[in-house]
Design a protein around this ligand. Structure first.
Ligand code: ATP
Length: 254
């Protein structure tokens, strides 16, 4: 079968001072699969996410999402095109209610327009439909009882769930999650893993950053290992874990 990756990155580099934070020669993200991006602290995983999603600009490189070049495309347009992400430290808006956070996920607006979206008629007559979509997702993520609560009152794990649910308001094809399980209690971790599996069964592609190699074993179809900005190994989880370069680059740092 012909390969049909949803995302292809070539020669993507980013330096900070003298450090090559990201130096990715080539990466394909397989469509309709769950791919884990793992690597030690400072490997460049978050920086790579930032570059791919328009939150940071590379020194060089090109990448395509679903065949369209994304170099220079601002983050809000990347999201509008169907590639959404979450953050290691969640960016839910604490002073807004849970349901309001969800609605913002559907506005696909830029910067300050986003906050005005709540107060102006930017929904184009879609408000009922958007609210229905939001309520469906809140129920699925078991946040429906928190609907009218301010996001600031949620636990860390619930914020992760809210951010993931909000990202889905954009009807994405590719969902990129930066350490979705970090700082989440064991019960919610299980539920997050289930949600990630569900995204795949609903036809989405998932790329997620995870620190713990053992966490990815049961969920990832494909594992990409990053160290010092470079991709040092990739493959199915069982194979990658046997790879000496991975053990050196990854486990050696622990
Ligand atoms: P972690 O698992 O700790 O999140 P990571 O793999 O996501 O690590 P990055 O956060 O991408 O790694 O960092 C890669 C390198 O780039 C590190 O050396 C980091 O110090 C450096 N770096 C990242 N962002 C900046 C910045 N804004 N300014 C300067 N250096 C940065």
């Amino acid at each position: 079968r012909k390969r049909d990756p949803i995302l292809v990155a070539k020669h993507v580099t980013r330096t900070f001072g003298g450090i090559n934070a990201v130096d990715v020669e080539y990466l394909e993200v397989p469509r309709h699969k769950i791919t884990a991006l793992i690597g030690p602290n400072g490997a460049g995983k978050t920086t790579f996410f930032n570059l791919l999603t328009g939150f940071d600009q590379p020194n060089s490189g090109e990448w395509t999402f679903d065949g369209t070049s994304l170099a220079g495309v601002p983050s809000y347009k990347v999201a509008r095109m169907g590639m959404v992400r979450t953050f290691q430290l969640t960016k839910v808006m604490g002073k807004l209610k849970v349901i309001e956070n969800m609605r913002l996920g559907a506005t696909k607006q830029e910067g300050e327009k986003l906050s005005k979206a709540l107060f102006k008629n930017v929904w184009g007559g879609r408000e009922k439909e958007i609210t229905r979509h939001a309520d469906g997702l809140l129920e699925k993520f078991k946040l429906d009882t928190k609907r009218e609560d301010y996001a600031a009152s949620l636990s860390g794990g619930q914020r992760k769930l809210l951010e993931m649910a909000r990202a889905l308001m954009a009807d994405p094809k590719l969902v990129m999650l930066d350490e979705p399980m970090a700082g989440v209690n064991p019960a919610l971790t299980q539920s997050l893993l289930d949600h990630i599996r569900n995204l795949k069964s609903e036809g989405m592609t998932v790329l997620f950053v995870e620190h713990d190699m053992h966490m990815v074993r049961n969920i990832a179809d494909w594992v990409v290992v990053m160290a010092e900005g470079k991709i040092v190994a990739e493959g199915p989880p069982a194979e990658v874990m046997k790879d000496q370069a991975v053990i050196d680059a990854y486990l050696g740092a622990h």
